[in-house]
Ligand binder design. Structure first.
Ligand SMILES: [Zn+2]
Length: 285
């Protein structure tokens, strides 16, 4: 099984990406959760253009990728999991859980540190919320995320298969939970105990600071519940809430690719320190 996954890695990655894009795209067309504010084709062209740019950049700078780092860790016996002879299935499940927590923590850090927020706000500035929102990140954030992932892999020593599965699941999960779709409420409630649903993550893309600083999870919904950053629903409801960032709302700045690349470098340096944010309309507790 493991060798099979390693052997067909590229096909699995591409198949999951294209499959998810088609399925979510059709679902969003047939039963959208919200009306879109901007032309879908304009957003898709620019968001997917950024994906192509990021993919080329990663290939160029890190040709061995995370899988290469996991292989190096395995051959050198680096990382906690390479110290013991765990059953492969257990090592894979443990790795998936630890990597998911690491990505949750990284996401919180990208919100907390002003310089990193500048990069991450490219993801948040999308005026609509759909499958391609889940894919659009500034190239510098993509590169930093990759370096953080390398460090986690070197410390953890996960099986190579786990790294492939994690990357495929993270990609597919992000496309699912950024979908402009709604699950039946009862199903959403049950799923949310385990995984992040579109309604759960949509709260995180609200213009309201307190809502945007909740529901950081990408795959497992446990971390937000355990760490106290979970929020059930947006105050204005899913159709009434405003998606994006208050300060940047023109299509030139937040829809077109050149604007997306320039966005981290705009605005005053001190405008978003964690202790100086506007917490408008936050309920007093
Ligand atoms: Zn975020």
């Amino acid at each position: 099984m493991q060798t099979l996954i390693e052997h067909y890695e590229s096909a699995i990655r591409l198949g999951a990406f294209v499959g998810m894009l088609v399925v979510m795209g059709l679902w969003e067309t047939v039963a959208p959760a919200r009306r879109l504010a901007v032309s879908r084709w304009l957003r898709w062209a620019n968001n997917l253009g950024l994906v192509v740019l990021n993919t080329l950049l990663l290939r160029l700078l890190f040709p061995a990728a995370a899988v290469g780092v996991a292989m190096a860790a395995r051959s050198q016996d680096w990382g906690v999991l390479n110290l013991w002879e765990l059953p492969p299935a257990l090592a894979i499940v443990l790795s998936l859980i630890v990597l998911d927590f690491a990505i949750w923590l990284q996401h919180v850090i990208f919100h907390a540190i002003p310089a990193l927020w500048r990069l991450h706000r490219v993801h948040h500035a999308d005026l609509d919320y759909d499958v391609t929102t889940g894919l659009r990140f500034h190239p510098v954030e993509i590169l930093l995320s990759m370096l953080i992932k390398f460090a986690v892999i070197l410390l953890l020593g996960p099986p190579v298969t786990a790294v492939i599965l994690f990357e495929v699941l993270l990609n597919a999960g992000a496309m699912f939970n950024h979908g402009n779709v709604r699950l039946p409420p009862a199903l959403d409630r049950i799923l949310r105990w385990f995984i992040v649903t579109p309604d759960m993550h949509r709260v995180h893309h609200s213009v309201e600071d307190d809502e945007a600083n909740s529901n950081f999870g990408f795959n497992l919904s446990w971390w937000d519940r355990l760490m106290g950053t979970y929020r059930e629903q947006p105050r204005a409801g899913h159709e009434g809430m405003t998606i994006g960032i208050r300060a940047y709302r023109t299509p030139r700045a937040v829809t077109w690719l050149p604007g997306l690349l320039a966005l981290p470098f705009r605005g005053r340096i001190s405008s978003y320190a964690i202790n100086r944010r506007q917490w408008e309309d936050a309920p007093r507790e």
